[in-house]
Design a protein around this ligand. Sequence first.
Ligand SMILES: Cc1cc2nc3c(=O)[nH]c(=O)nc-3n(C[C@H](O)[C@H](O)[C@H](O)COP(=O)(O)OP(=O)(O)OC[C@H]3O[C@@H](n4cnc5c(N)ncnc54)[C@H](O)[C@@H]3O)c2cc1C
Length: 452
Amino acid sequence: MAPQTGTFDIAIAGGGPAGSVAAVLLARAGFRVALATLPPRGPRFEGLSARVAAILARHRLPLAGIGPAAQRHVSWGAFQGGQNSEHPADRSRFDAGLLAAAQAEGATVVFQAVAGVHPDKGEIRLANGQRLAARLLFEARGRRAPRQSTELNRAELIGPDTISVAGFVPPRAGSMDSPRIEALPGGWIWSVPMDGGRLWLQAVGGAASLGRTRGKSAVAALWNTVQRDTPLPRRPAVHAIAPRLAAPDLDPRCPRLGDAAVALDPLSGHGMFWAVSSALMAVPIARALLAGEAALARDFYRNRVAETFWRQARVGRDFYREAQFQTPFWQQRAAWPDDAPAHDTDIRPHVGTRVVVQDGQLARREVLITREAPGGAAFAAGQEIVPLLRRLNGRPLPDAARFHRSVLPEAPPRAARAIHQWLLSQGFTEGAQIPWDTANRETDPCNYDPAA
Ligand SMILES: Cc1cc2nc3c(=O)[nH]c(=O)nc-3n(C[C@H](O)[C@H](O)[C@H](O)COP(=O)(O)OP(=O)(O)OC[C@H]3O[C@@H](n4cnc5c(N)ncnc54)[C@H](O)[C@@H]3O)c2cc1C
């Protein structure tokens, strides 16, 4: 391939779900896109939530390698039984399908190792010496992307050292009907039955269980610390999986997507959701940055990244606490990152200003912040919420019919009903004085600098 210098609007490093979904959407939005990645390697299976499958379908993205939803059996402290369902995902096929979709949309996909991403020069250098130059770069090399700064090695921003060892194992009695997740004193295991009577088993333990040895015997030591019933797979896939906040701030020359920004504990089952939903922000961020609106992009990115990291870290901690083991593996994880509640139950509904996506562009808007929507909600059923609530002028929320007549007469009845329903779901009650703050305290010049 000839050097690609100067050819692209956008060049992306890394073609996992985050990079390849971003490539598809950016190409569809009319950008000339290049993506450099190593091809998917070796078998790897994960659980994909129904929510991610729905987002992919909504955006006409392929679901290659995604099996039908199966109920997951959970054995976790006091909880024993079926809970939630997940789609078994063959990651090699899934990733390959998304890369093929990026090519089909017109993105140039280069299967080469990335030697370096150089935001200052606007180029990605490949191991074979070629360069992909572009007006804007995206970093999506997952956990292999370098961290933004050494300051991020602070203990609260990187979770306890955790290792996953996974592979095909002989069938296990009781594990061949559905995916299973099980807490054990030395760690936890997740398994999913495959066609042909095979079982994919993932054992997760603390890095300390690798012991002093190296290579396969260290991997076997960790495997045996977590569980002893099943022999180590012949070709174990080993991953370091400590959760971490890798890049809390946006580099306006090279925004990050997916695990390259925030890598979550696989226990959360939220990693692919974050990868795909962060890719959905690639188009509005690219438009803002290329139009010189770096402040909008920076605030949008920072909110999304920080919110995802802290919320998922604390939800994960609570889940570790529920297992009720007193071994070092569980004690460490039940204490990280802090003791703050995962969900702030003290939020009174109030108005703030956030950067939101409106018609594919970033825009600073007033949002309603509630316990259910701590990140702020700007729209419900296609209507901007805060101006609507101001129409109530401090009066109690009427019933659905009067809400339509007096607050939103211009909307079709169904839309008005949907918004009324949404307000109820946010903790508003009919007939009661609405306990919310109409003043936007965050825009007070004392604590908010729109130019910052
Ligand atoms: C063991 C394990 C189990 C997990 N289980 C689940 C689960 O059940 N459910 C869930 O939702 N999430 C799970 N996750 C998390 C999920 O896998 C990630 O969050 C998701 O893959 C992140 O997508 P990404 O595109 O950001 O990064 P990745 O998927 O890591 O993609 C990065 C891409 O960049 C490429 N790359 C990296 N370095 C280079 C380089 N130098 N040159 C060229 N290419 C490069 C890689 O080849 C890869 O294609 C799990 C993760 C692990 C490790």
